[in-house]
Design a protein around this ligand. Structure first.
Ligand code: M6R
Length: 615
């Protein structure tokens, strides 16, 4: 979740480091820091600030520091509050060694206890600081050798990616990785180090993805990589096509709003891209038509909003491909009993492709030699590199922490994929696949039309009215239940409103006790007449207890619309399975407007980060 960035070369490093940190700030924005070795004296200089990167940028503008090697960090706090003292870099006793770190040192308390006993001085509450102190024995040596670094990393448990810079070695950065991502961009007499290639996209296309449990000794024109036993490893240089598009809100007040509005186009782009790759898709997926034919189960693994997409896709696969599906939270998957099954296709869904829980679940599945594919929005991500095959959504960079267009493009890609899959299995005809493509594009338009139709009334009436409530219940059935979960997550995340989602049939098994005139109950309808009737009964139960109903319904569902205090409708002319995709834009917009009315920092909600690279 934190970002580490480093530079060593012939140029002053601060411009690159601040630009790299800014590109990756979505990973954490609790505090920021920068350290470099002064170009003349080689003295270690540093600057830190609590809060967003802009605070540090302003500080360094007023009190400039720079050098030919340096390290930078933005933090998502795990140990210790978000203060300036806890901002990285962290130091040894004499402040001549500095370290920036992403991850968690699980045994730091024991190490710190021993170090305090030996007389070391600590300046922060972080787990990271022990790393700097571990480097103390090598700072007076003539050379840093692999054995010395191996002896240090062998003492550290947990997940970590860190860069160490020592005042006594002004030509060297030490870069270490266990689980957390880290890569090195190889320039001409300069090296760029970062948590993600996007930090140095445009500077070089030569990249080394540091292997898991390895470290590198990096000078401006050389990289040597070693495993944790100190054995030298051969280097694999990849060529990356990663580019960085400057994210710009345009005329929108927030990135989230811009991203809500981009949905129609990126859904269409995603379908176009999948359509155009049809003939070579099997190769990209890493399996054969026979393997598809033999697939007996689908197993989805994901977190957060991506998990909601998987819960919705479960209905796609069961209804269209007639194949049983299980859906797992990645954070639970690794600690549950695992029954590897060779005819199961394991699908990891992750917008960022970097989520630690999803990555570790993938590694567990890979270790059993099973078929894995990744569905992500970032083709250069770790999950794509480690999965057997991949599908990519074309949402473009999603800047707001709350996922919107990444979710809708996941739904579009999964709806397309189930038809591709069912066709390859001879379960449907080619016409059905072509119809599915047209349906997704039609629904992308429905999504945008629904937004346009309700936008003004939400802005002028509903946002103000519903912003006063501090709790909410979200109900759905069948495919609209995971949509209700996703809506509840959005309200918690960006509006700081306590929200609980339930399968509507469970209402009378407990949550009905909560319903009164102070509790908005959001009901997400369904196209299927039988399921709709059941939802209607639930709406009546809420109404009878004085509850306030906000309904997301189809245009012809008059009974539900009449029961609701407020009803939003979408065109009735869409396939039932695409209901969540058609409704989601409207749902997101409504919640966005409520959060805006409540004065919340919508794009960067407190305590969260866009990419969750710690478990
Ligand atoms: O990058 P991923 O899709 O793996 O991220 C998973 C979750 O962290 C993410 O969806 C999170 O729940 C969003 N902030 C929700 O809006």
């Amino acid at each position: 979740m934190c970002t580490v960035v480093g530079y060593i070369g012939n140029s002053f490093c601060s411009t690159f480091i601040f630009e790299g940190l800014a590109r990756l700030e979505y990973r954490g924005y609790d505090s920021a820091g920068f350290a470099c070795l002064d170009a003349n004296s080689h003295k270690l200089l540093y600057s830190k600030s609590s809060g967003q990167l802009i605070n540090l940028t302003e500080r360094v503008k007023k009190e400039p520091i720079d050098g030919f090697l340096g390290i930078g960090h933005t933090r998502w706090s795990t140990h210790g509050d978000t203060s300036q003292e806890n901002a990285h870099p962290h130091f040894d006793c004499s402040k001549t060694i500095s370290v920036v770190h992403n991850g968690i040192i699980e045994n730091y308390l024991k190490l710190k206890e021993d170090m305090l006993y030996e007389g070391h001085t600590f300046f922060s509450d972080t787990d990271t600081e022990v790393i700097s102190h571990l480097f103390e024995p090598i700072k007076e040596k003539e050379n840093v050798n692999a054995g010395d670094v191996a002896a240090i990393v062998q003492q550290l448990d947990g997940a970590y990616a860190f860069i160490a810079m020592l005042q006594t070695f002004p030509d060297l950065l030490i870069v270490v990785r266990k689980k957390s991502p880290l890569c090195i961009g190889m320039g001409d007499n300069e090296m760029f180090i970062a948590s993600d290639v996007i930090a140095f996209a445009g500077k070089t296309n030569k990249v080394i993805f540091l292997p898991d449990e390895s470290f590198a000794l990096v000078t401006k024109n050389n990289v040597k990589i070693y495993d944790f036993a100190g054995n030298e490893l051969s280097i694999v240089v990849h060529h990356t096509a990663a580019t960085f598009e400057t994210a710009d809100k345009g005329e929108h007040t927030h990135f989230m709003l811009k991203e809500i509005y981009e949905q129609k186009n990126v859904i269409i782009k995603t379908v176009d891209s999948l359509q155009s790759k049809k003939t070579m898709l099997l190769e990209q997926l890493g399996f054969s038509t026979d393997q598809i034919k033999n697939t007996e189960n689908i197993c989805f693994v994901a977190c957060g909003t991506s998990w909601h997409a998987a819960r919705i896709a479960q209905f796609f696969f069961e209804a269209v491909a007639h194949i049983p599906v299980s859906v797992h939270l990645a954070s639970e998957f690794r600690y549950n009993s695992f029954f590897p099954h060779k005819n199961t296709l394991y699908v990891i869904i992750s917008q960022s492709g970097e989520t630690a829980d999803a990555l570790e679940a993938l590694r567990l599945i890979n270790a059993h030699g099973l078929s894995t594919i990744a569905l992500t929005n970032v083709a250069t991500s770790t999950i794509v590199r480690e999965a057997g095959g991949f599908l990519v959504t074309c949402a473009g960079p999603e800047v707001a922490v709350a996922s919107t267009k990444a979710f809708s493009t996941q739904l579009a890609a999964l709806y397309w994929f189930v038809h591709y899959f069912a066709y390859a299995k001879n379960a449907i005809m080619q016409e059905n696949l072509l119809q599915a493509e047209m349906d997704i594009i039609h629904v992308a338009h429905v999504l945008e039309n629904a937004l346009e139709q309700h936008k003004d009334i939400i802005d002028h009436i509903h946002a103000m009215h519903y912003a006063h409530y501090d709790k909410a219940l979200f109900l759905g059935r069948h495919i609209s239940y995971p949509l209700a979960m996703e809506a509840a997550l959005k309200l918690k995340e960006i509006a700081y409103v306590f929200a609980e989602s339930y399968a509507a049939g469970e209402l009378k098994h407990g949550p009905l006790a909560l319903v009164d005139k102070n509790m908005p109950v959001y009901i997400f309808s369904h196209r299927d007449p039988i399921i709709y009737q059941k939802l209607l009964s639930n709406a009546n139960e809420v109404k009878a207890r004085g509850g306030i109903i906000i309904a997301f319904a189809y245009a012809d569902q008059n009974e539900l619309i009449e029961l609701a205090e407020t009803a939003f409708t979408i065109s009735a002319e869409i396939p039932a399975l695409l209901g969540p995709l058609a409704m989601i834009g409207l749902v997101q917009y409504f919640i966005y407007a409520v959060a805006k009315e409540r004065g919340c920092p919508i794009d960067k909600p407190r305590n969260l980060a866009k990419s969750v690279t710690v478990e």
